[in-house]
Write a protein that binds this ligand. Structure first.
Ligand SMILES: Nc1nc2[nH]cnc2c(=O)[nH]1
Length: 429
């Protein structure tokens, strides 16, 4: 469903559906990519936080429910991307209108620069800790060198082919290594839990600072933070069912595993212990942490690739590769100066824009929904704004329900009502 009646569309390859011959991603490719993107130190940190707030059993329930639900949304948008063969910015055009969609596309580029810088900062600080732990060297220049090292690697990856990277590197080498590290760390902390008494850990109560629904909401934050990127990869899928299942299962399993590992780690460590240091102190932790840090690179790459697809949509004179290199350089510059925790609030604020946006996208485009060719599609735009308001207001009024769940529910409901009511008008037009 290309927007070929639009003059801008005709001159920009971003508007053209990926032809069948170029659709090479199988279930395995989607699952490997999304498992790999679902693994991260931030996820373990959130798991540790949930373990303290909710207690072991409720935290595990929230983790499983939030991951299955959040990753299902991801799979759903992947399916829409597969069906249309179109990138994320075009799905936004087909929902909000060709001119208005430029606003969320620009916001998405800003958030992707933020996420890729964040991932580089995680790798910078992780490698700096590894160097300190192994050599004892703790010099002020080391974080600069490590940031430049990872940044240049990101630039090098941006010069290559996305499909080649996913199929040859992530699936064949990256994924088995990261799974081995997770198995190893889980085994190590399980042994620790066994020594401390599994019963006590299993029955550990939370501190009461969070409701179960708010916990589910927090777990969903990770999968939904990938919503604006997923179509850029899913459009290379061979079949709809494998695209949905690979994306859903790949991400959900990784998200459940990393959050649950965070719960296990916090349950077996001293209160207030730093996650990175705790992982480093585990037997074989150095190698496992090193591999997980390397795995953060594909998150940064995913951000840079998707950001370059969006920039290519805004300015088709330069290729996706050109924009990818430019974005990787900008992210490296940011990673040289930004502190670890400076970016998190900014990124979470931006997700208040994208969660409701994809509620509207799903409500308009799922089940072969009709794409708009208006410049500004007023009603979906209004529903999006209502969704953003709900994201901010609901946690103030009802802290126990969180923000992503009500915002998604409102946009899906209003969007579906609009779609049903406008259907006769569309048919008679
Ligand atoms: N979009 C996006 N979401 C994330 N969630 C955790 N890390 C990332 C990331 O690098 N990008």
């Amino acid at each position: 469903m290309a927007l070929t009646n639009n003059p801008v569309a005709a001159s920009n390859t971003a508007f053209i559906a990926i032809p069948a011959a170029e659709r090479v991603f199988s279930f395995r490719d989607h699952a490997a990519l999304w498992f790999s993107l679902g693994v991260g130190l931030l996820v373990m940190q959130i798991g540790a936080f949930l373990g303290t707030a909710l207690g072991t059993q409720t935290a595990l329930f929230a983790i499983i429910a939030g991951s299955l639900l959040g990753a299902a949304l991801l799979g759903w948008v992947a399916y829409i991307g597969f069906q249309r063969g179109l990138s994320s910015p075009i799905l936004m055009c087909q929902t909000l209108g060709t001119s208005f969609a430029k606003l969320p596309v620009i916001l998405n580029i800003i958030q992707l620069i933020g996420w890729s810088a964040f991932e580089l900062v995680v790798m910078r600080d992780g490698t700096t800790a590894l160097i300190k732990g192994t050599t004892g060297i703790d010099a002020a220049w080391i974080p600069y060198i490590t940031a430049i090292f990872w940044g240049l690697l990101l630039v090098a990856l941006a010069t290559g082919s996305m499909i080649g990277l996913v199929r040859r590197f992530v699936g064949r080498y990256g994924l088995p290594l990261v799974i081995l590290s997770l198995i190893w760390l889980t085994y190590q902390f399980f042994l620790k839990a066994q020594a401390q008494g599994l019963d006590a850990i299993w029955n550990r109560a939370g501190d009461g600072s969070m409701s179960t629904l708010a916990g589910i909401d927090l777990v969903m934050a990770m999968p939904v933070s990938w919503l604006p990127l997923v179509a850029d990869f899913a459009r290379y899928g061979k079949a709809g069912a494998s695209t949905f299942r690979g994306t859903w299962l790949g991400f959900a399993i990784a998200n459940i595993w990393c959050h649950a590992l965070g719960v296990l780690i916090v349950s077996t460590s001293n209160p207030g212990a730093d996650l990175m240091t705790t992982l480093l102190l585990a037997q074989g932790g150095l190698i496992a942490l090193g591999l997980i840090l390397i795995d953060e690179m594909d998150n940064a790459y995913g951000d840079v690739y998707s950001g370059s697809v969006s920039l290519n949509f805004l300015n088709g004179k330069f290729t996706i590769r050109f924009w990818g290199i430019a974005l990787a350089l900008v992210a490296t510059g940011c990673a040289l100066i930004l502190p670890m925790h400076g970016l998190e609030p900014f990124l979470l604020t931006l997700s208040s824009v994208f969660v409701p946006l994809f509620g509207v996208v799903i409500s308009q485009l799922a089940k072969q929904g009709r794409a708009t060719d208006k410049a500004v599609n007023i009603v979906p735009v209004a529903i999006w704004l209502i969704g953003i308001t709900a994201f901010h207001i609901c946690p103030m009024l009802w802290p126990q329900v969180g923000s992503a769940l009500p915002s998604l529910a409102i946009t899906l409901l209003l969007g579906t009502m609009y779609r049903i009511t406008r259907a006769p008008a569309v048919q008679s037009a």
